[in-house]
Design a protein around this ligand. Structure first.
Ligand SMILES: Cc1cc2nc3c(=O)[nH]c(=O)nc-3n(C[C@H](O)[C@H](O)[C@H](O)COP(=O)(O)OP(=O)(O)OC[C@H]3O[C@@H](n4cnc5c(N)ncnc54)[C@H](O)[C@@H]3O)c2cc1C
Length: 415
């Protein structure tokens, strides 16, 4: 489709929501550019796998071309499977079963998804551009300014720059996220060692949240199995795009209280992995093996935060999406899905406004009015789940770790 030049959108942040919106707008013929702080597309480990629910999948279906959407499904894991809630010795407390349908909730590799979202945006993603502010550029629109002193003009600016957003204080004053008492140390370990899966058959299609006897500590793990090798699938469906290496892995996360993490540990990968090993020593031996075999450069510390409802939007024609607005603790897997949902909602409003002559300020206000309720419902749900599963409330914790596991068979023998 021809790109019109009288209306342009500048997005700060080439994460999930920024790229998804760029895909949506580009396919609708809108002049869109994405400005990313990182110096290149794959300079950081981008966090393992992500569970896509119906909102995430619908957003991808609406924003990507058919082949790219097929690529996301083809490289993803099989739909279905279970989420087991267990005690620290992996004895079941209860289990959730996911639907096994073609478009149902499934896991995808985050790096692969990001590569898919970048496909076809050649020349529209600009790296090494850390956004710092939005200026009113007069009747023509806005100017997005960068830390390197440069600036670009755009009709609309969208802040999609994640939890540490630089634009938030200006666009959404007084709505910075609140910290929570919990953090996660995340890691990735090979799924197969010596040709054999490290995950027992009973859990091969399951995620597990193992809750420790001590309140405020839990361990999560799940295996990511590529449906099709990304190199083959990309060659077929997106030739020329970067195909990440698709080796199956186990993603894990140790959830801890913030005060248990010594200060200054963030960049020290060895110390982080040692901390994870020490703090998970009382769990089932399978968990110890996962931590011991973790890939060092994929170990990260993530303090959990909860977004606060914006009271006002300060710059007309500028708005925000994703974690920059509504970061949430990672309970329920809604953060990325909500960010993708924002992207297509905003994209749809902008495209409709262009088609029927509605002022763009009205389109943006309508997006904000619709986004805030569903996004903050998700934030509240995630915060409630975090409290229930890791909080100190005696009765729920006792039921989860002492009562329910006694009623079930042993899921993974401790051989
Ligand atoms: C370990 C882990 C597992 C998760 N699993 C799930 C899951 O299963 N399901 C789910 O729905 N969610 C999950 N999430 C949450 C999900 O990853 C986030 O909610 C999602 O990435 C938010 O997307 P976003 O577009 O808002 O921001 P991001 O994807 O974080 O992207 C923000 C981008 O902005 C860039 N940036 C930052 N500052 C600037 C600046 N000043 N200028 C320009 N660019 C900037 C960053 O470099 C980054 O590329 C998980 C998170 C973690 C940490």
């Amino acid at each position: 489709m021809a790109i019109s030049s009288d209306f342009s959108v500048a997005i700060s942040g080439a994460g999930l929501s920024g790229l998804c919106l760029a895909q949506y707008l580009m396919r609708a013929g809108i002049d869109v550019h994405v400005y990313e702080r990182d110096p290149g597309p794959f300079v950081r480990q981008q966090g393992y796998r992500i569970i896509l629910d119906r909102y995430g999948l619908e957003a991808l279906r609406e924003s990507l071309s058919r082949p790219l959407y097929r690529l996301a499904l083809a490289t993803g894991d099989q739909p279905g499977g279970h989420l087991h809630f267990t005690d620290s010795r992996l004895r079941d407390a209860f289990t959730i079963t996911f639907k096994d349908e073609p478009h149902a909730t499934r896991q995808v590799d985050r790096l692969t998804l990001r590569s898919i979202l970048m496909s076809g945006l050649d020349g529209r993603i600009h790296y090494g551009k850390a956004a710092v502010a939005v200026d009113d550029g007069g009747p023509a629109g806005l100017r997005l300014r960068f830390a390197d002193g440069g600036a670009v003009a755009a009709s609309v600016v969208v802040g999609a720059d994640g939890v540490g957003s630089s634009l938030r204080a200006q666009l959404m004053p007084d709505a910075g996220p609140a910290s929570t008492p919990m953090v996660g140390v995340y890691g990735r370990s090979p799924l197969r060692l010596g040709g054999r899966s490290v995950i027992p058959d009973a859990l091969s299609t399951s995620g597990v949240l193992a809750i420790a006897d001590r309140p405020g500590r839990a361990f999560f793990f799940t295996s990511m199995r590529f449906g099709e090798d990304p190199r083959e699938a990309f060659a077929r469906l997106a030739p020329g795009s970067y195909a990440p290496i698709g080796e199956d892995y186990v993603m894990w996360g140790l959830l801890l209280r913030r005060e248990e993490v010594p200060p200054g540990l963030r960049g020290d990968l060895l110390a982080l992995r040692d901390l994870a090993a020490r703090m998970s020593a009382d769990f089932h031996p399978l968990i110890g093996r996962l931590v011991d075999t973790a890939e060092l450069d994929a170990t990260v510390l993530n303090p959990f935060a909860s977004g606060r409802r914006p009271q006002r939007w300060a710059v007309p024609r500028a708005t925000m999406m994703g974690d920059a607005v509504h970061v949430m603790p990672p309970f329920g897997a809604h953060g990325g899905n909500t960010a993708l949902r924002d992207a297509v909602l905003l994209g749809g409003k902008l495209v409709d406004a262009r088609a029927n002559g509605t002022p763009v300020e009205e389109a943006i206000a309508a997006y904000q009015a619709e986004m805030v309720p569903y996004a903050f419902r998700a934030v509240d749900t995630a915060a409630r789940l975090m409290h229930r599963l890791t909080g100190g409330a005696a009765a729920p914790h006792w039921v989860l770790t002492r009562v329910l596991p006694r009623l079930h068979r042993v899921t993974v023998p401790e051989a």
